[in-house]
Ligand binder design. Sequence first.
Ligand code: ZN
Length: 201
Amino acid sequence: MALNAYPPSVKELIQRLARLPGLGEKSATRIAMFLLQSSREDVFALADALRGMRGRIETCSRCFHFTDQDLCSFCADPDRDTGVLCVVESTADLMAIEQSGAFKGRYHVLQGVLAPLEAIGPEDIRIKELLARVEGEKIQEVILATNPSSEGEATAHYLHKLLRERGLKVSRIAYGIPMGGDLKYIDRVTLERALKGRLDF
Ligand SMILES: [Zn+2]
């Protein structure tokens, strides 16, 4: 059914939903139809959740993770190791590392990566704030956990240089062969990284 055949309010809902990641017009229409058949309470509760989320959530004044306080739960947690900082591109990456349970230090969210082709330079992401933190907090080690994309690698190299100049221990997260993976199907760059990032056995 053409979009114009819907009442204007439904059409607008579909168009807005279709802009969400992973949704096209088809899925958006399906969600809109589902909501039209849901109870008023359910739909209003969803609308309230959206409004509440956007109204209260800000970024942490220290690490730029999302929070509804001044400091996020990681920065405010006295049990976390304050000497180690894990630098990530986004809150989604932070959550992935957090869910692994393998890191108990603090984070710094860059809110992007260096991307010269898109004119995103050092002043466009949270690098200045990172340098201020390593100078102001008692940080001994910085783990660079940007993604293994060309932008992520370039950002890691750039930060590595700046941080080493300041006398910090800097490490890069090791990327390797996924569990259950098969060497002959792994791309060359991943294999190269896995070999370079090998550990004592
Ligand atoms: Zn924080």
